[in-house]
Design a protein around this ligand. Structure first.
Ligand code: ATP
Length: 365
């Protein structure tokens, strides 16, 4: 099952771990992707003890850097060749209260580490230690569920422990064309009724929403969110629109959703925990969309992409900076408030394609 191109590297990691007396496995989504023969650059590795020196060994051998997430005993190693290794120490998780972050406790038992995961299809592994290299361990029926195209949670309290899994469930179902297993579907519907998604922070919710908006099959995922009434947790009134397919960029897709929401779009964007620069760009595009006037200053490509997606019939000149400046109007003898009102009229006319250049604009005075 291990793709040829990763074999040597994974073997080398497993061999080094073995020298330290650690058991090592490929776990999670990478196992699913290897089985489905889908390309992946993100590989999750689990180790039965402290993996810090394995992370250091990888960086020394292949270049790149490592970053530690102390709370979760995780190292992210970004290698020079673009590969990303997420290295966790096998652990057990408990949730002190619904929707909280888990309490994490190291456990050398790989089954505990698989059981803390979201769905059966992401809860299997194979060994990379030399004497058992490639040997699969599938205690919860991942292979059977992948073959049957089913998203199945591992225990009945799964959505309550971590409601972000509700969004992950539809993301995987939409991405792979899978269905929710009958009991998982029933528990998801109960979780929606109980409004479990309100238990998670907007931060964690934003993370899952962005992952959805990064997906190729975002339309199928939105259809499932609609089917299970999950869209309302993103924002009241949020719906699918074909214009979301005009870009593959998740931030631009947020911008499109904001514009389509109309007046409440600004609040929607501010409710998300987006990188400040992206939020600024998105709100800039939203403002132009609300004003429906050509801008005073040039628009960035991102803003233009958002606006072109939501306004496909817009004349090309509408998104260019206004063809006249206040100074031009002053020179024509206008003064005071008359300058700003005339400028707005010209910007509106340019937006509608009625004015294409400075001569057109000055001729209207
Ligand atoms: P993708 O292909 O989108 O990267 P993935 O399955 O690799 O999907 P990640 O979000 O990268 O998912 O997470 C890696 C692994 O961590 C998952 O396969 C899953 O086993 C586990 N995981 C992630 N989020 C959760 C969660 N909320 N609850 C339980 N397990 C999780």
């Amino acid at each position: 099952m291990i793709p040829e191109k990763y074999k040597e590297q994974l073997y080398t990691v497993g061999e080094y771990a073995n020298k330290l007396g650690l058991k090592a496995w490929v776990v999670g989504g990478a196992v699913r992707d290897f089985y489905l023969k889908r390309d992946t650059l993100d590989i999750d590795l689990a180790f039965s003890g402290n993996q810090e020196s394995v992370a250091g060994f990888c960086v020394k051998k292949w270049g790149g850097d490592k970053h530690k997430f102390s709370r979760f005993y995780t190292y992210r190693v970004s290698l020079g060749n673009g590969m990303k290794l997420d290295m966790v120490r096998t652990r057990k998780e408990t949730y002190p209260f619904p929707g909280s972050l888990p309490q994490v406790e190291p456990s050398p038992n790989i089954k505990d580490d698989l059981f803390r995961r979201d769905f059966t299809t992401n809860a299997w592994c194979f060994s990379i230690n030399p004497d058992t290299f490639g040997k699969c361990y599938d205690p919860f029926g991942a292979q059977k569920d992948i073959d049957g195209g089913l998203v199945r949670i591992l225990h009945d309290k799964s959505f309550l422990d971590d409601p972000t899994r509700m969004f992950r469930a539809v993301r995987f179902a939409g991405r792979f064309g899978w269905k929710l297993a009958p009991k998982t579907e029933r528990l998801l519907r109960e979780a929606v009724k109980g409004e479990y998604p309100l238990l998670v922070t907007r931060d964690r919710f934003t993370h899952e929403l962005i992952k959805i908006l990064e997906e190729e099959r975002v339309k199928e995922i939105f259809a499932l969110m609609d089917k299970y009434d999950l869209l309302k947790f993103a924002w009241p009134g949020l719906t699918w629109h074909e214009s979301l397919l005009k870009t593959k960029n998740a931030m631009e897709r947020v911008g499109i959703l904001a514009c389509l929401l109309g007046a409440s779009g600004e609040e929607f964007v501010r409710s998300l925990r987006l990188p400040a620069a992206s939020a600024h760009e998105i709100l800039g595009a939203w403002k132009v969309y609300q004003e429906k006037m050509s801008p005073l200053a040039p628009l960035s490509d991102m803003k233009k992409n958002i606006l072109r997606a939501v306004l496909p019939g817009l004349p090309a000149s509408a998104l260019e900076p206004c063809v006249v400046r206040g100074q031009d109007l002053k020179e024509k003898g206008l003064s005071g408030r008359k300058i700003s009102t005339t400028l707005e009229e010209i910007r509106r006319a340019q937006w509608q394609g009625k004015i294409k250049n400075k001569e057109d604009a000055l001729a209207t005075l």
